[in-house]
Design a protein around this ligand. Structure first.
Ligand SMILES: Cc1cc2nc3c(=O)[nH]c(=O)nc-3n(C[C@H](O)[C@H](O)[C@H](O)COP(=O)(O)OP(=O)(O)OC[C@H]3O[C@@H](n4cnc5c(N)ncnc54)[C@H](O)[C@@H]3O)c2cc1C
Length: 492
């Protein structure tokens, strides 16, 4: 292995080395390889994937998604959807319902992949749902192009403006449009994906994006597990001439092979540790003020039979949102952002084995469930998560065969990017959503020769969509290789 930091040297073996093989690292690597550059990915773990790994966490034959499970953002990603990933084994499965949100009266609200059905099932809120969500669905391609990137002059200003006015509202204000408990609760579950208090500016945008995604690409899961997205991306990258080295942890610039440019699929804290010596002090200071978000506590289960939901239609949904009414979810998210644990948290559940028989042997099932907790929490939330599931599925505890829990420290040990259990590479409030990790016009470009960020600590932030990597690679092409858009082989 070479031990010299040789950015911009013409003698370098590689045009670019990407540190980290999460969705953004792999997306950046593919993007650069598509332009004929010589690219290598180095990854600390034994396998590629970052937040897209699937493992036998409990027993042989039972596949659990360690991190991401459900992929509305991947199938909406302008970059990922242009890649031939199905040729590399990626197959999507779309459950009948994207999400279910059971309530205490025994009924549930449903987000169907069909907009009219979703609206119809909301009863009195049918017209409100249609009025709010139809314009988003109609302009979806324009919106995702503008929304999934850094702050810049929008390509589709009218589409963005009509979305932006509603999206900027706190979810706690936009929810007033819904009259029914179901309508309000369903929206709370969508907006709570922001991992922010629901009275924060722009939490409506997150909720509306998840609604829009359901009625366009859907909320699918990959056959065999999220690892198959990673494996398909890695397979495609290798076919373009790329190289991947796993079990290669980078702790300083000296651990990186000779290269003209380096892209970090890492968060600011790690980049300061690895490259702090070559960063201008003012930039390093700005990076050190980057704020991380709340953490997660997760439990994976093997079940003897499916979850006995009180409303059996919940078995038609890939995702189930638990936490009851809008006000309850708002209260728990507020507490968590203030550093207080909630005994009544919002719990996200995925039931992949109901739709994908490759996940378990025979007629057994898996379940994936996590809740939000304060950053750095060490509290065991297993019982609290199980109580929340039992509340809407009496008898759930009786069908548990075994479980595997991870607190925030376990997550950070598993993947160094999950600082304090933060799964989004930094808090995603309005001040850090588009201007992460610092407010530069080109936030990917680190002001030190040849260094770039490409992780979810850059716009558009967390989730499996690869758009951070895509934009970072475009910045590299322009700034380091003088290739403007008109010279590109690949375009969206
Ligand atoms: C429990 C959980 C549930 C989630 N659910 C979903 C979901 O359903 N849908 C969704 O879209 N998103 C989900 N996410 C979020 C999603 O996984 C992340 O936002 C996404 O993976 C971030 O991608 P990334 O490429 O920026 O970084 P990561 O995926 O974190 O990848 C970073 C990579 O860098 C490697 N690395 C770190 N340090 C070093 C080093 N020093 N040297 C070399 N390599 C290093 C890591 O091992 C890792 O492979 C979930 C995350 C978690 C934890």
């Amino acid at each position: 292995m070479n031990t010299v930091y040789h950015v911009n040297s013409n003698l370098s073996k590689y045009d670019a080395v990407v540190v980290g093989s999460g969705p953004n690292g792999l997306a950046a690597a593919i993007r650069l390889a598509l332009e004929g550059l010589k690219v290598k990915v180095v990854e600390a773990s034994e396998t590629v994937g970052g937040g897209m790994r699937t493992k036998e966490l409990i027993s042989a034959g039972y596949k659990h998604d360690v991190c991401s499970a459900i992929h509305p953002l991947a199938v909406s990603s302008p970059f990922l959807k242009k890649l031939p990933l199905s040729n590399y084994g990626l197959e999507w499965i779309k459950p009948e319902y994207a999400a279910a949100h059971p309530l205490d009266d025994g009924e549930a609200a449903f987000l169907s992949h069909d907009l009219s059905e979703t609206a119809f099932l909301l009863g009195e809120d049918e017209e409100t749902y249609k009025k709010l969500v139809s314009p988003i669905v109609n302009k979806w391609d324009n919106l995702t192009e503008d929304f999934l990137g850094p702050l810049s002059i929008p390509k589709h200003p009218l589409s963005l403006a009509s979305f932006g006015l509603k999206g900027l509202l706190p979810a706690s204000l936009l929810k007033r449009k819904f009259k029914t408990e179901k309508g309000q609760a369903l929206f709370a579950g969508m907006a709570a994906h922001s991992i922010l208090p629901l009275n924060s500016v722009a939490t409506s945008a997150i909720g509306l994006v998840f609604y829009g995604a359901a009625h366009t690409g859907g909320w699918p899961l990959p056959k065999g597990g999220s690892q198959n997205i990673a494996d398909a991306m890695a397979g495609y990258f290798l076919s373009l001439g790329g190289e991947i080295e796993t079990s290669h942890r980078v702790s300083s610039l000296k651990d990186i092979p000779e290269t003209k440019t380096i892209l970090f699929d890492l968060t600011p804290k790690q980049v300061i540790r690895i490259a702090g010596d070559v960063l201008p002090p003012s930039y390093k200071n700005k990076l050190s003020t980057f704020r991380y978000g709340s953490g997660v506590f997760k439990v994976d289960y093997i079940l003897k039979s499916p979850v006995p939901w009180r409303d059996e239609n919940c078995l038609k949904a890939g995702t189930v949102h638990l936490g009851g009414k809008f006000e309850e979810i708002a209260e728990s998210e507020k507490m968590i952002s203030e550093g207080i644990h909630s005994d009544n948290p919002f719990v996200l559940v995925a039931q992949q084995s109901l739709f994908d028989k490759t996940r378990t042997p025979e007629d057994k099932h898996t379940l994936w469930a996590y809740c939000h907790v304060p950053n750095g929490s060490t509290r065991d939330m297993t019982e609290i998560i199980e109580n929340q599931i039992e509340r809407f599925a009496p008898g759930f505890k009786d069908v548990i065969e075994s479980r595997f829990a991870m607190n925030t420290a376990d997550f950070e040990n598993y993947n160094e990017n999950y600082i304090g259990g933060d799964i989004n590479g930094g808090r995603q409030d309005i001040t850090q959503l588009f201007s992460r990790p610092v407010s530069f016009i080109d936030p990917y470009n680190i002001p030190a020769k040849g260094l770039y960020f490409c992780s979810s600590s850059t716009p558009p932030g967390g989730g499996v969509h690869g758009m951070c990597g895509f934009h970072a690679a475009n910045s590299v092409l322009k700034n380091e290789f003088g290739r403007s858009k008109s010279d590109w082989n690949f375009n969206l």
